[in-house]
Write a protein that binds this ligand. Structure first.
Ligand code: PLP
Length: 392
């Protein structure tokens, strides 16, 4: 069944699940088998060489995992998809597949912390030339792309200050330079943003965040052009960073409520951003849904909702943040984001802990910043909670 014409809420429920499973099961079975047996050696051989569909060994493919891969493929309007043990496995496998010694990659300073480490520490060891640009300086990014590169790696909105990149504009520049465009769509999810429809070649996800949505499973996904996905899959088969079937099932289950959760989180985050913006002890609010956000117009043109993550700084700096955060009731002070429950923390002690104050300043991350990943709670309770905890 082709689900490309359907809305994303329908696609998230039915993607990969339009046929019944064995015994007429209506939900995908968790197939824990490591290996798959054949009575007929010719059939086994045909499956092994890819002439016929089937499974051989679960490091390569697995029936439960395949349902999840089909679901994200459908959700992101992609030709093909594959999966990984974590989001970082998806990103590192993608970059190490696409880049070889002597190649050049162009990206931004604000990519996810782990991705940044690959750019700054690991790829240079293999003589890959990494050019990171000031995140919202589109002219600089275009100039660097036009000098020639193999891969353009983008992420929008960014962590933790929710900067926005103009995907159409940068994808156009990348196409002109003959580069492959990879977009990390973890923050937006396919409910709010579909980069492949804007011309991206590959989309990567940490399924640990919004896709699974309950902070109880880790996983990574990529989808996009079949030829590229096949190459990355070929590397992952041997590299071994495969997703296990139990985790795949948890992500499948989570994704069925993706639209319900994300629409609620979009609403909650926008309401909270507006509330905080008017509060006198709040210095600055970073949320692309606010008209005052410098990337608002671009975000409004390429996103259908602004996502469930926002950040804000307090006038009193880090000392005030410490007191404020511990007064909140409906929040886990923890890393990660995209869960049904609200998660918050200062980037200074979580995602950007390894940087110096000067480096954080360079990225525009105030010392008194709080990243707040809004859950699906009732927004009245969250606002009351924030109001009680903020300095009067
Ligand atoms: C969390 C995250 C990742 C890494 O995913 P893991 O599942 O933790 O490995 C990559 N990109 C973004 C934007 C993330 O938020």
């Amino acid at each position: 069944m082709d689900l490309t014409k359907n809305k994303r809420g329908t696609a998230s429920v039915w993607g990969g699940e339009t046929n019944l499973f064995e015994h007429g099961a209506t939900t995908p079975p968790v197939v824990n088998s490591v290996t798959f047996a054949y009575d007929d050696l010719d059939e086994w051989f045909d499956v092994a060489v890819g002439k016929r569909d089937g499974h051989i060994y679960s490091r390569n493919t697995n029936p439960t995992v395949q349902v999840l891969e089909e679901k994200i493929r459908v959700m992101e309007y992609a030709e093909a998809a594959t999966s990984f043990a974590t989001g970082m496995a998806a990103i590192s496998n993608t970059l190490f597949t696409l880049l070889s010694p002597g190649d050049r990659v162009v990206s931004i300073n604000d990519s996810y912390g782990g991705t940044s480490k690959i750019f700054l520490e690991h790829l240079p060891r293999f003589n890959v030339d990494v050019q990171l640009c000031e995140t919202t300086n589109h002219e600089q990014i275009e100039t660097e792309i036009s000098k020639g590169c193999k891969v353009v790696y983008l992420e929008t909105p960014t962590n933790p200050t929710l900067k926005i990149l103009d995907l159409k504009r940068l994808i156009k520049a990348a196409k002109q330079a003959g580069a492959i465009v990879v977009v990390d769509n973890t923050f937006a999810t396919p409910i709010n943003q579909t980069p492949i429809l804007l011309g991206a070649d590959l989309v990567v996800h940490s399924a640990t965040k919004f896709l699974s949505g309950h902070s109880d499973v880790m996983g990574g996904l990529i989808c996009g052009k079949e030829e590229l996905v096949k190459k990355v899959f070929h590397y992952r088969e041997i590299n071994g960073a495969s997703l296990n079937p139990a985790s795949a099932y948890m992500i499948i289950r989570g994704m069925k409520t993706l639209e319900l959760r994300v629409l609620r989180q979009n609403d909650n985050a926008l309401n909270i951003a507006k509330f905080l913006q008017d509060h006198k002890s709040v210095k600055e609010v970073f949320y692309p849904g606010l008209e005052s956000h410098p990337g608002h117009a671009i975000a409004a043109s390429q996103m259908s909702g602004f996502g469930g993550v926002l950040s804000f700084s307090l006038n009193g700096g880090f000392d005030e943040v410490k007191q404020f955060l511990t007064k909140l009731k409906f929040v886990h002070l923890a890393a990660s984001l995209g869960s049904v429950s609200t998660l918050a923390g200062p980037p200074k002690t979580t995602s950007h802990v390894e940087m110096t104050e000067a480096q954080r300043k360079q990225l525009g991350i105030p010392e008194g910043l709080v990243r707040y990943s809004v859950g699906i709670e009732n927004v009245e309770d969250l606002i009351e909670d924030l109001n009680e905890a903020l300095f009067k």
